[in-house]
Every structure is written in C-alpha cells, then in structure tokens.
Ligand binder design. Structure first.
Ligand code: GTP
Ligand code: MG
Length: 464
C-alpha cells in the first residue's frame, strides 16, 4: 500500500500524454511551486509584477549551466482557487519526451517530488475542493468514449451525486439526533411518541432517495461501460457480415464456408451516443472439429452475460433445429430476431416467421446489401435502451462502488425502520442509523479507508 503522507511537499509531473505534439505541460503543486519555478524560469516580464492566473512568456534555463532548455509559457495559480487548492504552476513547453523529461528533472532537482498517479486529484479531494464522487468523475471524464457517458461524468463532477448523498446524510443526522435525544432523556419516552412519525420521515427523506439512486445504477453502468451486444446464430447465416455492416468496416472475415468465425470478435460501437460492445461469435451447431467446438463454448459463455442478443437466421434457407435450439436458449434474454439475406428468395418456412419465433417481431435485413439497417438500429435502441434509459435528461447514477455502499446503507436503514415500526430500542435504532451514515460517508469519501483511496486514485494516470 502506497501511503502519501504529507500535503506539505511539492509534487510535479508531466500532465500531457507522452508523444510528439504541439504543447506539453509540466505541472507543479504545493507550497514551493513558485519558488521552485523561479529557479528555472527566466521570465520576459519583471518577476515582481507576475500575477496569479495569467500566462507569462520566458525560457526554462538550467541553473547549473545557464543553458536554455526551451521557450515556454508559464502560469502561476495561487491557492486556493486552483485544481488542488494549493499553489500550482504550469509550464507549457514544446511537447517531446526529451524536453518534457528534462524540465521535469530540473523541477525535481529544484525541490519537488514526483507525483503519484492521481495525486493532484487526490490533493483536490484531501483539501476539500471536491468529494470522492467528483474525483471519480474526473477519471470518468478522461475515460469517456461517448457523448452520453461524458454527460453522466460531468453531471457527477458538478456535484450531482454529492448533493443527493449530502442531503440524505443531513436528514439522517437530524433523525439520529432525535433518536439520541430519546436515549439521553428516556423519561420523555420519545421513541414511543414519535416512532411512527420518525419512521415516515426516514422513509421519505432517506430510504426513498437512496432507493431511487440505486435504480439508476443500471443506466449508469450502460453509459459508462457499454452494453454487451452479441450476434449469435448457426453458421453461415451472415453474423460476421452483419457485424461489418454495423461497424461500417470489414472487421470480420466473411466466407461462404460455414464455421468461418471461431474466435470471439469484440468491437466498440457508439449507437446514437450509447456505447456498445458488439461481439461476433462462432456459429452454433453440432460440430466434431475441436477448434470450432471451443469457439462455440466461448459463444455460450458470452451469451450468458449479454445485455442483448442479435439472433440471426437465414431467411433463404429452411428453419432448422439448430435455429430453434438457439432461440430456445436465448428466450429469457433481451433479443432482436433478424431474418437475413432478404435479397434472396425467401424459403417457404418463413411464410409465417412468427410461428417459429414466438414473442418476437422479426426484422428483415440484407447484411450483404445493407437493407434494413436503419430499422435494425432503431430496434436495438428500443429493445434495451429505449425502455430503460432516459437518454435525454442528465442523470445521476451510482457506479459499482457507490452501489455497494448504497445497498449496505439501505439494509441498515431498513433494520432501523423495522425497529421503529416495532417500537424497538432507541439504542439499536441509533446504531443502525450510524451504520447507514458511515456507508453514505464512504461514497463521498468522508469515512473512506486509506487503502480504498489508494485503489481509486491508483487508477488515474500520473499528472492528473
Ligand atoms: N445473398 C446474401 N448473402 C449473404 C448475406 N449476408 C451474408 N451473406 C453471405 O453468407 C455467407 C456467410 O456469411 P458470414 O457473414 O461469414 O456468416 P457467419 O454467420 O458469420 O458464418 P460463420 O462465421 O461461419 O458462423 C457469405 O458468403 C456471405 O457473403 C445477405 O444478406 N445476402
Ligand atoms: Mg462469421
């Protein structure tokens, strides 16, 4: 476990991605940020007139040799209105590994320490500028791949989740204060007098908002991680052709030979701003070939955890037991039944496709020509996303870590409600409410263990 002990030292890192580019930034934060910079930065402006939050031209010069390293723009941002709430200096230099490395080295020599991954954001958190959900949102913003996941992350950075949790905590604290008064002044028999009223209040102000947040978890997961969409069907029906059409690129091999695809092919795809992980699989059939059988095992594993199955059938050929077996296997999954190859004459078996695939409305496409792709995209959207996802308004949704805390917190709240309903002991009610408080505190970081903080901030890159 890495322990970042002190906020007194000054940290530095390269804040831009490594590689050749227009500009690179070396970032310094801490009480000595400006003093350190002054040893290297020869400003074109008189140093005494330099103001906070302004950009100044000059050169980075090696103190030992007087040699110029680079021409730069430097900004000094005085605490507390900075990212970390400490003094921050940013040196904008030319981007290139050698020059960035050299400047960082000079900064370290002058008295700074190399920042750990996520340490700037960790300081913003430790100095109280943001809470833990907002720190996590910074990471989500960096990792966002679609407009919608970015929307979710920026809402969280603005404090959407923090506000809800903080509100619930305030109510919880008020309720706890009443319960504790009942413990301290038992003669007044508060618990009996106000038990029902208190329980109602606890349901309305604590339980319901927590439960509503939990309901949004699934939406958030979809926006953050992407939905797993699996293309399945027997061999040669056109699964890989469909993958290629949806991706608009020839990613998967297509041949007339049944059993072409053996590995699982997964590609990200953004459908109307919703991130999908689109997966092409080996066709499912009775096979003796070991490689093909292994491929099918992988397919079945993937099917188990799919959010949506695109089940492809060849409309120009007879419906076989294999088709029906796969359909039976995915019956419980959200699915779209796709009749492919409509450019060919349809087989009489498909005179009434509904009989074969009850409870589905099959869509007709030609993966070869691209017919029917619009309605298919609409169907994908509606089948899983349209129903569950409020795609327009900004949402506040917990991530997996928050979800566990909320669930544990809710359990404690429910136990306290049962006690209140049964006019149970005020001491026990207080204990349960305290436990709920501590789980809520963990979400925003007020009662979070150091190792968990290490874990969260360790996921950041150095320089953020
Ligand atoms: N006429 C016609 N042929 C198609 C269509 N879609 C796919 N095909 C052809 O059907 C054959 C199989 O296509 P694939 O996309 O490789 O099928 P697959 O389901 O991935 O097959 P496996 O990987 O073997 O399971 C190829 O010759 C394709 O060109 C279509 O809409 N119309
Ligand atoms: Mg294939």
């Amino acid at each position: 476990m890495k322990l970042i002990k002190s906020l007194d030292d000054t940290i530095a890192a390269i804040a831009t991605p490594i590689g050749a580019g227009g500009i690179g930034v070396v970032k310094i934060s801490g009480p000595k940020a400006w003093a350190i910079s002054q040893q290297l930065f020869h400003s074109s402006t008189c140093p005494q007139t330099i103001q906070s939050h302004r950009l100044y031209h000059g050169h980075i010069v090696e103190p030992a040799t007087g040699k110029t390293v680079d021409e730069v723009l430097v900004s000094l941002m005085r605490a507390p209105t900075t990212y970390t709430r400490e003094d921050v200096v940013e040196i904008n230099c030319h981007s290139g590994l050698a020059v960035l490395d050299r400047i960082l080295e000079l900064v370290i020599r002058a008295g700074a320490r190399m920042a750990e991954p996520g340490e700037f954001t960790r300081r913003a958190f430790l100095n109280g500028r943001i809470d833990l959900t907002q720190a996590e949102a910074v990471l989500d913003i960096i990792n966002s791949k679609t407009r919608r996941s970015l929307g979710l992350a920026s809402e969280q950075l603005k404090g959407g989740l923090h506000t809800i949790i903080a509100d619930v905590r305030t109510h919880l604290l008020e309720i706890l204060a009443i319960v504790e008064a009942a413990i301290d002044f038992p003669d007044e028999d508060l618990e009996l007098l106000e038990g029902k009223q208190l329980a109602d209040r606890c349901r309305e102000q604590v339980r319901d908002p927590m439960a509503r947040l939990l309901e949004n978890y699934e939406n958030g997961r979809i926006l953050r991680e992407g939905l797993s969409v699996i293309i399945a069907g027997k061999p040669n029906v056109g699964k890989s052709s469909l993958l290629n059409k949806l991706l608009r690129s020839n990613r998967a091999l297509v041949t007339p030979v049944p059993g072409t695809t053996r590995d699982v092919i997964e590609e990200p795809l953004s459908l109307r701003g919703i991130p999908l992980r689109l997966t092409d699989t080996a066709g499912l059939r009775q096979a003796d070939n070991l490689v093909e059988r292994l491929g099918m095992e992988l397919t079945r594993e993937r099917l188990d955890c799919a959010d949506l199955v695109l089940f492809v059938v060849d409309r120009s050929a007879p419906v076989t037991d294999e088709d029906l077996q796969i359909y039976a296997d995915i019956r419980t999954k959200p699915r779209v039944v796709i009749l492919n190859k409509i450019d060919l004459e349809f087989h009489p078996d498909f005179a009434s496709a509904r009989n074969h695939f009850p409870d589905s409305t099959p869509l007709e496409i030609s993966a070869l020509r691209g017919d029917g792709m619009e309605p298919l995209e609409e169907a994908i959207f509606q089948t899983i996303l349209g129903r569950r996802l409020d795609t327009e308004s900004s949402i506040v949704a917990p991530n997996l870590r928050h979800k566990f805390c909320l669930e544990h917190g809710l359990e404690a709240v429910d136990r306290s409600l049962n006690l209140l309903d049964a006019a149970g002991s005020a001491e026990l009610v207080a204990l349960e409410l305290q436990e709920a408080l501590s789980h809520l505190g963990e979400i925003i970081g007020s009662t979070t263990r150091e190792d968990l903080l290490d874990e969260i901030f360790g996921r950041f890159c150095v320089g953020k």
